[in-house]
Design a protein around this ligand. Structure first.
Ligand SMILES: [Cu+2]
Length: 303
């Protein structure tokens, strides 16, 4: 695959790590049941995909085709740390990142002592950090203070499915996700329309400045933002563009894919920037293997 803001989709091997500390932070005094906020959607036919000239080659966004969606419901928000904590409290679920002992963290978040961690080959700004988990998103010593309402990250597709089983929900199919993300607009470039900055204002959490060196923070955020940051789209969904990539139920099926079992992820993240990865466009897509995790991948549930 092309080197997007993802560290690559190769099968996850043993820990290529240089540190051995384990995270010690746990959050125990949050609301035990943060709850779903499911938006019932009517469904119907919509034009899925994009034939944009600047779609990433090989991503399989096009051709645009008519797709029918049955009525379903989708969460207004990604699953937050608070909600993921409630799930772990109830089930003692151990995430893939915890099982493997490491996860990918964006280097800009790391203190100097962790900067010599192993790097992703295609995207060297991703460091494999021992002890990086959903509870310690930047590795040992980091915690969720001030981020209980941010999306849970370092969660694999397997972890997302475990959450869904517990909550009695499921992941959206890719077509459902795109239908909902388009917010009722026909072939708009973004979830809110065709302008990246409607009325001159930032509408999503992506990178501003020169990636990966300088983030000018014009949208207000360096890493994740709260799950309800920015305006919702026309159907009431928040942050379908940027912030974190979202797992979908579907397998990646573009012909040249070399990762059997890889899943489609949608939406882009806080690391996307037009200069190299414009995947915050609403038709954009990429893939990740089901046991992989990073600091910019989360999920949203459906029913
Ligand atoms: Cu990107």
């Amino acid at each position: 695959m092309s080197a997007c803001c993802s560290p690559g989709s190769e099968a996850r091997g043993p820990a290529p790590v240089v540190t051995t500390a384990v995270p010690t932070t746990s959050v125990t005094d949050w609301s035990p049941d943060a709850g779903l906020r499911l938006l019932p959607l009517r469904g119907g036919s919509f034009a899925m995909g994009s034939d944009d000239a600047d779609a990433v080659p090989g991503d399989g966004e096009g051709p645009v085709r008519e797709v029918h969606i049955e009525p379903f419901a989708i969460d207004a928000h990604c699953v937050s740390n608070e909600r993921f904590q409630a799930f772990v409290n109830a089930t003692a679920h151990v995430t893939d990142a915890e099982r493997y002992g490491w996860s990918f963290v964006f280097e800009g978040f790391l203190p100097a002592r962790l900067r010599d961690s192993d790097r992703a080959v295609e995207a060297p700004w991703w460091a494999a950090v021992a002890g990086a988990t959903w509870r310690a998103p930047e590795g040992p010593g980091s915690d969720l203070d001030g981020r209980h309402d941010h999306p849970a990250v370092h969660v694999s597709w397997n972890d997302a499915l475990a959450y869904c089983r517990w909550a009695g929900v499921r992941l959206a199919t890719e077509a459902e996700w795109e239908y909902a993300a388009r917010g009722g607009l026909e072939q708009a470039r973004y979830a809110w329309g065709d302008d990246l900055l409607p009325d001159g204002r930032h509408a999503c959490n992506i990178w501003q400045g020169s990636f990966p060196v300088t983030n000018t923070l014009e949208d207000g955020w360096f890493g994740t933002a709260p799950v309800d940051a920015f305006e919702p789209n026309g159907l009431g969904l928040f942050n379908v563009a940027g912030n974190v990539w979202e797992w979908t139920a579907d397998a990646w099926s573009v012909a040249e894919a070399t990762d059997p079992g890889a899943r489609v992820i949608r939406g882009g993240s806080y690391l996307c920037h037009a200069s190299y990865c414009n995947r915050y466009r609403v038709a954009a897509r990429t893939l990740s293997t089901p046991d992989s995790s990073t600091g910019h991948q989360g999920f949203r549930v459906a029913l």
